[in-house]
Design a protein around this ligand. Sequence first.
Ligand code: AMP
Length: 414
Amino acid sequence: MTFDSLSLIEPILRALQTEGYTTPTPIQQQAIPIVLEGNDLLGCAQTGTGKTAAFSIPLLQLLYQQKSTHKGIKALILTPTRELAIQIDESIAAYGRHTALSHAVIFGGVSQLPQTQALKRGVDILIATPGRLLDLMQQGYVSLQQLQFFVLDEADRMLDMGFIHDVKKVISKLPAKRQTLFFSATMPPEIAGLANSILRNPKKVEVTPVSSTVEKIEQSVYFVEKQDKRALLHHLLADQNIKTVLVFTRTKHGADKVVKDLVKSGIGAAAIHGNKSQNARQRALNDFKNGTLRVLVATDIAARGIDVEQLSHVINYELPDVPETYVHRIGRTGRAGASGIAIAFCDAEDKVNLKDIQKLIGIQIPHVNDHPYAMHDISLSTFRPVTKQPQQQRSHTQRRSFRGGDSRRYASQR
Ligand code: AMP
């Protein structure tokens, strides 16, 4: 299937060509016609599936076809993090470059002045995080009277991050007559309830159940004592094949510690988390994207939505308590069909999380035992004993070095 067969208008097709997109991803194939026909949409999909284009493209087309000269916000895209908001804004700019539709992005943590100036100039499509949006609504800078389209992005993450109350407040201010597109990677009961209450006869699109996106990513787990994780990270980074690596820690403090240690050893690294200023976060992200920064260390909230082409490795320095978070994390690599490598460090405390993750994704993650910091107390592992492979040590970047676990089943799922 090509984009031509989706009844898209020429200005959008031309922009997609410039972007180098030839084939719509599964969510785009399904969602674009549904939205163009004017239906509400319930999309079960996460970042990495092409969902931003799946809602942006038909939205741009519908607005373009109205040929309205009337100023005012006609579409609102609500998303949980600043990084996601910026990325959506960039996507709208790219796909809509020949449409002359105006757009602006608003988020907290930075001066509101450029944002209010953009709003005053008049905006067709507004991308926003909930807190700043409510703030600017209360100050009278945002009017949603003209709104026709509402996109709620990453609804489950809104709940996780404690934004759901703000989201409901925003929704209560929207005109009842509108087209609503609702996206969530998972459907906990509160999110399903919210979807039910705001969607009208929605068409449902489910492209990647949260557990299946991991299939194209080479996963492995390294059992290691907590105090040896730093040394193991250095050991792995000695492999120059690792060009870009996103390291996840559980806490902001933990992220700073890892960065400090890497920088001391001359490895380019920066942290991205909620205590960093928006400018510092954006700088780190840009340096990481353009390849000047090799290691980006992030907490989950800050990393949400990071979209870096060519991200080869994700390292879980600690495993998350919520198994879905693991899937989100490793989904930072292996984007839009590319393959990626995800390595997990597992100490005694992480073990229970590893069990939950494997239950969710339905596979046993192959484990690597031939590294200098292998945990001696193998009883920690719930896996079958691993027989040491003779001959040369293989790079961890080679899939064949993943031994033990259920690697055959893993291979068959790729
Ligand atoms: P998203 O799921 O929206 O975060 O998109 C993930 C990545 O896939 C982004 O880098 C997009 O630019 C890219 N992408 C989206 N749709 C396509 C497509 N049809 N062809 C190639 N790349 C795409």
